[in-house]
Write a protein that binds this ligand. Structure first.
Ligand SMILES: [Zn+2]
Ligand SMILES: [Zn+2]
Length: 367
């Protein structure tokens, strides 16, 4: 089933156009093609047909080396509705957080401690575990640490570890080109197209029915019984992430009010911030930022996101050298995830850490 270049589109009537990401039709299924007239078949990847969006530019022209697109199971409507609730509720809480604190005073030091503590644990579970370890193999963890990182990342409620890793490996394979699940440039590089693309890259792509084909992107994780088990346990870990803060709040204050405010801050506000900081890496860090290193996409370094994203917003270096355990490699670039990996190394809990190599970095400097 080919990726096709079309002369017109119901999505973006710009001539000519080509898909930046959305695959239509599953692996081994019929194509489900919905696009209009075709003028040129670029290649024939086995996994799916790309929908028509965005103008062809020199930087997003399909790369023949990266045209093998694997797509997988479809996401049912009810699953997308549940996803919508899990995205909307924390977002609303995040928006209401300051009025709730200042106007009504519904916040205690315990609530803040729960929110910050859960934020730090589940964000580092994503950045150190899901991302640097399981996706990119930046280091080899001991088995207990591997399990702990996968569980901590699951508490972020960004999907089961195997799903997250499959999506992210696909992102690196096709970064900002046809096949990327979440490029902000998929509709083109005019201001309105970029605005639309930013919303898509931030949150819209999560609602696509098509899922990454796990057998293609994560064969290593599917061979690991621990990872399969933790992935299957995602619903239980999701419930734990939701209920842990109100449980602690109730036990510490012995009141329903204490449970309710702990749920608001420790669960909802914390999840809202976790989600939108993580997704900002997909949207903002692929749209703006400095690019001191040469990468084959538009990933940029965004300094103001570095602390909240635990060092993940040094995204230009990450795409230039994806397996590097430290993303903030230049002087003054804070990267708490790298600092914690270093502590794990000193404790003997991880080995074979891929720390930045000066000669390697020098070779990757942008011209
Ligand atoms: Zn990226
Ligand atoms: Zn990555």
């Amino acid at each position: 089933m080919p990726i096709r270049v079309h002369s017109e589109s119901h999505v973006a009537p710009v001539v000519p156009t080509v898909a930046l990401s959305r695959p239509v039709g599953g692996s081994g299924t019929s194509s489900g093609e919905t696009s209009s007239s075709e003028t040129d078949a670029v290649a024939s990847p086995p996994g799916g047909v790309m929908e028509v969006v965005g103008p062809v530019e020199p930087w997003n022209r399909p790369d023949p080396d990266r045209l093998v697109v694997h797509t997988g199971q479809r996401q049912a409507l009810w699953e997308r509705l549940v996803l919508g609730v899990f995205i909307a509720m924390p977002f609303l809480a995040l928006v209401c957080a300051l009025p709730v604190a200042w106007v009504f005073g519904w916040v205690s030091w315990l609530d803040i401690a729960l929110a910050v503590g859960m934020y730090v644990v589940c964000m580092h579970g994503v950045t150190i575990g899901y991302h640097r370890c399981f996706t990119h193999g930046s280091f080899k963890p001991s088995r207990p640490l591997k399990i702990a990182l996968a569980i901590a990342g699951s508490l972020a409620i960004e999907g089961a570890v195997n799903t997250w890793v499959g999506d992210h490996r696909k992102h690196h394979k096709f970064s900002d080109k046809a096949g990327d699940p979440h490029s902000p440039w998929r509709y083109g590089n005019t201001v309105p197209a970029l605005a639309k693309g930013l919303v898509y890259a931030h949150v819209g792509w999560l609602f696509e029915p098509e899922q990454s084909d796990k057998s293609a992107y994560i064969p290593d994780l599917l061979r690991d019984k621990d990872m399969v088990r933790i992935s299957r346990s995602f619903p239980a870990l999701l419930m734990a992430s939701l209920l842990l803060p109100p449980l602690v709040g109730a036990l510490m204050t012995r009141s329903w009010t204490g449970a309710a405010t702990a749920f608001f801050w420790g669960t909802l506000v914390r999840l809202g911030l976790v989600h939108h900081v993580t997704w900002s890496i997909n949207s903002i860090c692929h749209a703006i930022g400095e690019r001191p290193f040469a990468s084959r996409d538009r990933a940029g370094n965004v300094a103001w996101l570095a602390v909240l994203s635990m060092g993940e917003s040094w995204h230009n270096l990450h795409h230039a050298d994806p397996t590097c355990a430290r993303h903030g490699v230049l002087p003054g670039q804070l990267d708490s995830s790298a600092r914690i990996i270093r502590w794990f190394e000193q404790l003997g809990w991880v080995r074979d850490v891929r720390w930045p190599q000066p000669a390697r970095l020098a070779a990757k400097r942008a011209p």
